[in-house]
Design a protein. Structure first.
Length: 321
């Protein structure tokens, strides 16, 4: 079994490879990597031009996964994602032609530019690692992960992701603008490589990723940490500005991602600080605020931060946090 120290070493090499192409996104990329080690899917949401697609592509390359990019558009149909049956003249039968979702890592670029009907074509795949077409189920390859990018809903030509779709993503990450130094570094990198494409070398392959994911499953979680995750999520359901709080999938997301972050840090146990660090990316997209809260300019991220500040850290593990 791979040890936490070996996971941390491999994770550091993966992140170093991604940094050769991606500048100023260390924290979001590390959380995205941890989400994949935890078996989850990732949603990058921010304004265009900040490198979300480059980060997803670079992470796929470093992980050595088969990679397909799906550019979402309003006229896209569910069959364009899952695949469909086509007529084969030589046999006279209809045969299934797999769609781009049959890959190790699917980049769903600008996922909220396609219609909810097409967005929903990914629901079964993200939850059960299979797709159903015309009553027949097809198993997806393992590992299978989705990294999606999304523009803010205020942008022209976007469709808000349904709550059920958002809930399938373990985390929603915001990239943010780079610092002045980081932006200058981006320009210098482009000049030095003398081409548009930024190639990232593979650090591991699919089989090694599965081994890492199995090792993360062995990370110890104190019962008090589990209850801490539950208390945070339950507090979102009673917050005055929240209409619908996070589901148990939110509690599970905190625990699983906290475990992966501990492994990337070389530890075989989870600390409260791991949970605090990921509370916003794991929970904010699972909350539905009241109309009054929206009118007052409140955000789901602010609600989660407030909840985390109010929930007591478990006393038996507080010293570790």
């Amino acid at each position: 079994m791979t040890s936490p120290a070996e996971i941390a070493d491999t994770g550091a090499r993966i992140l170093a490879a991604v940094r050769t192409a991606v500048v100023g996104m260390d924290d979001p990329v590390e959380i995205a990597l941890a989400s994949i080690l935890a078996g989850g899917h990732v949603l990058f949401e921010d304004v265009p031009g900040l490198g979300k697609t480059l980060a997803a592509r670079s992470l796929a390359s470093a992980l050595g996964l088969s990679f397909r990019r799906l550019q979402c558009t309003p006229d896209m149909l569910p069959g364009d994602v899952t695949g469909s049956y086509v007529y084969a003249p030589d046999s006279g039968d209809f045969v299934f032609r797999p769609g781009p979702i049959f890959t190790g890592l699917l980049l769903a670029d600008e996922i909220n530019r396609t219609t909810p009907k097409t967005q929903s074509a990914m629901l079964e795949a993200m939850a059960e690692r299979q797709v159903t077409v015309e009553g027949n189920s097809f198993t997806l390859p393992a590992p299978f992960h989705v990294i999606a990018t999304s523009n803010p809903i205020e942008y022209e030509g976007t469709y808000a992701l349904p709550e059920a779709q958002l809930d399938r993503f373990m985390v929603r990450l915001s990239v943010g603008y780079p610092s002045a130094e980081g932006e200058a570094h981006i320009l210098e990198n482009r000049v030095s490589r003398r081409q548009e494409a930024a190639d990232v070398a593979s650090v591991i392959d699919a089989a090694q990723l599965i081994s890492l994911q199995q090792a993360v499953e062995a990370i110890h979680v104190d019962p008090d940490i589990s209850r801490y995750c539950v208390e945070i999520v339950r507090a979102t359901r009673t917050a005055p500005t929240v209409e619908v709080g996070a589901s148990p999938r939110g509690s599970l997301g905190l625990l699983l991602l906290g475990r992966a972050l501990a492994a990337l840090d070389g530890r075989d146990f989870v600390r409260p600080d791991d949970i605090k660090r990921i509370a916003v990316p794991v929970l904010a997209h699972r909350l539905t605020l009241t109309p009054q809260a929206w009118a007052q300019g409140a955000s789901a991220s602010d609600v989660v931060r407030s909840v985390v500040a109010q929930v007591a850290v478990p006393p038996t593990v507080g010293a570790l946090g």
